[in-house]
Ligand binder design. Structure first.
Ligand SMILES: Cc1cc2nc3c(=O)[nH]c(=O)nc-3n(C[C@H](O)[C@H](O)[C@H](O)COP(=O)(O)OP(=O)(O)OC[C@H]3O[C@@H](n4cnc5c(N)ncnc54)[C@H](O)[C@@H]3O)c2cc1C
Ligand code: FES
Length: 263
């Protein structure tokens, strides 16, 4: 679906101050890792990951960090907003035991992938949901993951819940048990997870986010060096062999004007 559809916001849940989930009763037919373009009249469009989709309802989880994402925090239940998608590549379930590593809003697609794995018959004890945040109030989807019975590994920078440290500290403890590692989060966290996967010769799939304007492969805004792959078409989900070819991964990204910004 590449045209914008106007959808009613059925429900809004505040996950923690400044971050809300927006629910839509709509069959999107999306896969974990894909995104939608959200259109707010007068403010334009921004890409947002699909945090859940059960075939009847989907939701997105948005953190207010700048003009667009803060404006959307003011949307109310019953308002309509524009949605275009699902867009981009998605995660592929592989192996018997998997680790899903999420940071920030990246927890959404990881929790969605955990649910899909269970729906497709994977045993919950073979699924590890590894989630990290600065402090316990910023952790996402712990209860949602408890409901499906997967293993939950929590890290916080300040030690207020789970292990004090980074998601990679928790991942190191289980990495030998897992066949495939999936990750969505801040890019330096993704790079650390990728390096660990490489070191232990594990397959991995990671979502590489770049500045997205059209979302349909036309404008070139989301291309990565040196391959020129468009992260709205050939990405955002890339596997370890593809990531090896993206020299800018974990080093820099381009802004709206095309200027390079180092991480
Ligand atoms: C595939 C993908 C999935 C995303 N999923 C989510 C999500 O589930 N939840 C969520 O809260 N955010 C998500 N984002 C980020 C979101 O699109 C916005 O970047 C973010 O909301 C900030 O936008 P802003 O205009 O409010 O802030 P600004 O202050 O304008 O931007 C803050 C930073 O966000 C980045 N950014 C801004 N616009 C874009 C854009 N069009 N494309 C890529 N990066 C941009 C820039 O690096 C900028 O420095 C996703 C981005 C991508 C590419
Ligand atoms: S955002 Fe235009 S090509 Fe990807």
């Amino acid at each position: 679906m590449t045209e914008v559809v106007m959808l009613k916001v059925e429900k809004i849940k505040e996950e923690y101050p400044g971050t809300k989930s927006f629910f839509f009763n709509h069959t999107l037919n999306s896969q974990p890792g894909q995104f939608v373009m959200i259109w707010l009249p007068g403010l334009g469009e921004k890409p947002m990951s699909i945090a859940a989709d059960d075939g009847k309802q989907f939701y997105i989880t948005i953190s207010g960090v700048g003009p667009f994402s803060k404006a959307i925090q003011g949307v109310k239940e019953g308002d309509t907003i524009g949605i275009r998608g699902p867009l981009g590549t998605h995660f592929n379930l592989k192996g018997n035991t998997i680790a899903l590593v999420g940071g920030g809003y990246g927890a959404g697609p990881m929790a969605f992938l955990a649910e899909l794995a269970v729906w497709e018959g994977m045993k919950p004890q073979n699924i590890h949901y590894v989630i990290g945040a600065r402090t316990k109030d910023l952790l996402l989807f712990e209860q949602r993951m408890k409901t499906i019975g997967v293993n939950i590994h929590i890290t916080t920078d300040d030690g207020t819940q789970g292990k004090q440290g980074r998601v990679t500290d928790a991942l190191k403890e289980i990495i030998e048990e897992v066949d495939t590692i999936y990750c969505v989060g801040p890019e330096m966290m993704e790079k650390a997870v990728y390096d660990l996967a490489q070191e232990h010769q594990k397959e991995c799939e990671i979502s590489l986010e770049r500045y997205t304007k059209c979302g349909i492969g036309i404008c070139g805004s989301c291309c990565v060096d040196p391959t020129g792959w468009r992260m709205c078409i050939e990405g955002p989900v890339l596997n370890q062999d593809q990531l090896k070819k993206v020299s800018e991964f974990g080093k820099y990204h381009r802004d709206a004007t095309g200027k390079k910004n180092n991480f």
